[in-house]
Write a new protein. Structure first.
Length: 328
């Protein structure tokens, strides 16, 4: 499934492309399932530039699970036929074969047992993101309270579970529509609010104290209002712009005078400058999944030919949890 140009879902088309060959430090993965992420919608829309792959074609897809098809030079620790999950920072997952840097590839055979590829395919991008948000950018400490915007999405579904694993106190969430509240509540949130007007009910349930950490992929007014619900030394971590708002600038004076912090997390930058951390976090997530301490959050599996439908669900906000594309 490739892109010859940017635009709406109509630019996604099934294409016959040459099989990718792994170079040194890479493996080729026979893809069984590919996760669908909002960044792939941004890729399709042109927010990362025009397609610039071989022949002017890009293949979307940031995360996959399948089996190792071939090994590049110098690869050790993996073997042909081994079940794996992989993060693909340069995309390429909506395909029968994808090449992956071994720093972002982990075996599905863990110390706690073997993970099903259909459960693992939604982990390689989302769970390292959740780890980076909570453990690194958010500096979460045991007992701290958290607010997670887009609580029913892929990252939100992972972050609430990981927050529990890391010893968070109360975990609150916001969603864009009332229809998503029951699903989000089942994920383990203490309370879930509508994102519109969330500040008032949050202040009520926290007795005016607010929360220690806010995870925000929405941006704009939501990010600005999130600063107002921070407890002393609270942090807002920005990691997206789902609302497609104009750039918003915070006042350093307000941050200083209010004992507040704004941080950022971007997995693409981490892949460039600290790639080993992504692999470590993927390993940790797979171990947690194999031990049944977390749930993969997969709510829908569509055939690859219905990638456009998957994009529509995510782009319109109708999706809950994680959507996968099946190539089996």
């Amino acid at each position: 499934m490739g892109l010859r140009g940017n635009g709406g879902v109509e630019v996604l088309e099934e294409l016959e492309l040459p099989e990718p060959v792994p170079t040194a430090g890479q493996v080729a993965v026979r893809v069984a399932f590919a996760g669908v992420n909002f960044a792939e919608i941004q890729h399709r829309r042109g927010e990362f530039g025009a397609p610039h792959g071989p022949g002017g074609v890009d293949v979307p897809g940031l995360e996959v699970a399948g089996t190792v098809e071939a090994l590049g030079a110098g690869v050790g620790g993996l073997e042909v036929g081994e079940p794996v999950a992989a993060y693909l920072p340069a995309f390429g997952g909506y395909a029968e074969l994808a090449t992956a840097d071994t720093r972002f590839v982990r075996s599905l055979r863990t110390g706690a047992g073997e993970v099903d590829p259909a459960a693992a395919a939604g982990l390689p991008c989302v769970w390292p993101t959740a780890f980076g948000l909570l453990r690194d950018a958010g500096r979460l400490r045991e007992g701290e309270d958290i607010l997670i915007h887009s609580a029913a999405g892929g990252v939100g579904s992972a972050a609430v579970q990981l927050a529990r694993e890391l010893g968070a106190g109360r975990v609150y969430g916001t969603v864009g529509s009332a229809e998503k509240i029951p699903y989000a509540a089942e994920l383990g949130y203490d309370q879930v609010f509508l994102r519109e007007g969330f500040t008032e009910p949050l202040a009520e349930v926290t007795d005016g104290r607010g929360v220690d950490l806010v995870l925000d992929p929405v941006g704009g007014p939501v990010r600005e209002r999130s600063l107002s619900v921070l407890a002393p030394f609270g942090r807002v971590v920005a990691y997206g712009d789902l609302g497609r708002h104009e750039q918003w600038t915070a006042s350093v004076w307000d941050l200083w005078k209010g004992n507040r912090t704004i941080a950022g997390f971007n997995i693409g930058d981490l892949a460039r400058r600290a790639p080993e951390r992504i692999g470590d976090y993927l390993s940790e997530a797979l171990e947690l999944l194999a031990a049944a301490r977390i749930r993969p959050g997969v709510t829908q599996i569509l055939p690859l030919a219905e990638a456009a439908k998957a994009h529509e669900l995510l782009e319109t906000g109708a999706a809950r949890g994680k959507i996968l594309l099946s190539l089996t």
